[in-house]
Design a protein around this ligand. Structure first.
Ligand SMILES: NC(=O)c1ccc[n+]([C@@H]2O[C@H](COP(=O)([O-])OP(=O)(O)OC[C@H]3O[C@@H](n4cnc5c(N)ncnc54)[C@H](OP(=O)(O)O)[C@@H]3O)[C@@H](O)[C@H]2O)c1
Length: 291
């Protein structure tokens, strides 16, 4: 399988490169391109790269993930997160390639939907999107443009992503504990923390399958940011004075979804891998971060 990975320098991109190296082991079978060498918002550059390398599968890990930055510059968010996947889908359509592109829990907002027993449930692959911020709107637009352009697409929705080599919540918690010894964390936003290594494995599984469409792929289980911070400190043995706070205490340009839990209803019913629990993933991530 010949694979081209965009955004290969990001936290997910780096782990995707390692995960795909095992399934695309031939010389020239794995092309990993970082932001500096390919801007996915540049239509001509995207077409030229896909024409030159002729991959069978393109994996798009490129995105502008600065949620507050997107709020203040929605045009840039749209260029990278909506047009980027579209240019890739168009280039793939010309060449008969497939596209895997990564989406987000931020396409959803509002209170948790409930199941037949009145219990909160995660957003399934088929719930209607309702983004609450510019980042979510740009990602939802990218997903829709991909769907309309290329039948052979896999849209991978994920949430609360952390890898050993990236800027993310887990790394920030450890840094704040070291620098300040005390941290206040919101306890009214819920989601499913996801480790890049497990997500990369799930993406490789899709690349080797004919499971086209939209798939929720996160580590299993749900917690608040506060609970995640508590688990980081408990598992790493780092001392920190941790206090809960409401989202309203934070003044940020972009509102965040309160309920970011994704239910892999369609993925698991279709026979895709069940990802491990987030606590299990967090233990392995912290181990990897130790170096
Ligand atoms: N992080 C999360 O919590 C989270 C949650 C849900 C979904 N996701 C999605 O997961 C995917 C991977 O995110 P991540 O956590 O790995 O983010 P990341 O670490 O910020 O990586 C994104 C990469 O994309 C690159 N990039 C930005 N603009 C680009 C452009 N115009 N052309 C090419 N590359 C560009 C960035 O390069 P520079 O740094 O040089 O700009 C960076 O290397 C994204 O689709 C994101 O929306 C992330």
């Amino acid at each position: 399988m010949k694979v081209l990975i965009t955004g290969a320098g990001g936290q997910l991109g780096r782990d995707l490169v390692e995960a795909f190296a095992e399934v695309a082991p031939g010389v020239g079978d794995l092309i990993a391109i970082e932001h500096g060498n390919l801007d996915v918002g540049d239509e001509d550059a995207v077409r030229a790269a896909v024409d030159a390398y002729r991959p069978e599968v393109v994996v798009n890990a490129a995105a502008w993930t600065d949620v507050d930055g997107c709020e203040t510059d929605p045009a840039r968010a749209h260029r990278v997160n909506a047009l980027g996947p579209w240019w890739l889908a168009r280039a793939c359509a010309r060449r008969g390639a497939r596209l895997i592109t990564v989406s987000t829990d931020h396409v959803f907002s509002g209170p948790a939907p409930v199941d037949g027993a009145g219990q909160p449930r995660g957003w399934s692959e088929f719930d209607a999107v309702a983004p609450v911020n510019a980042y979510g709107r740009s990602k939802a637009a990218g997903d829709e443009l991909v769907r309309r352009t290329l039948a052979e697409h896999h849209i991978v929705r994920t949430s609360w992503v952390s890898g050993a080599r990236g800027r993310n919540f887990v790394a920030t918690m450890l840094q704040l504990a070291r620098e300040r010894g005390e941290v206040a964390v919101v306890d009214d936003q819920f989601g499913s923390p996801t480790w890049t290594r497990d997500l990369a494995r799930a993406i490789v599984e899709l690349a080797r399958s004919d499971r086209y469409g939209t798939w929720n792929r996160t580590n299993r289980g749900t917690c608040s940011w506060y609970e995640l911070a508590a688990a980081v400190f408990e598992m790493s043995g780092v001392e920190a004075d941790l206090t809960p706070q409401p989202s309203s205490a934070l003044e940020r340009p972009a509102p965040r979804p309160a309920w970011s839990v994704l239910d892999p209803l369609h993925a698991e019913a279709s026979g895709l891998l069940e990802l491990p629990h987030w606590r299990d993933a967090l233990e392995r991530l912290l181990e990897e971060m130790k170096g």
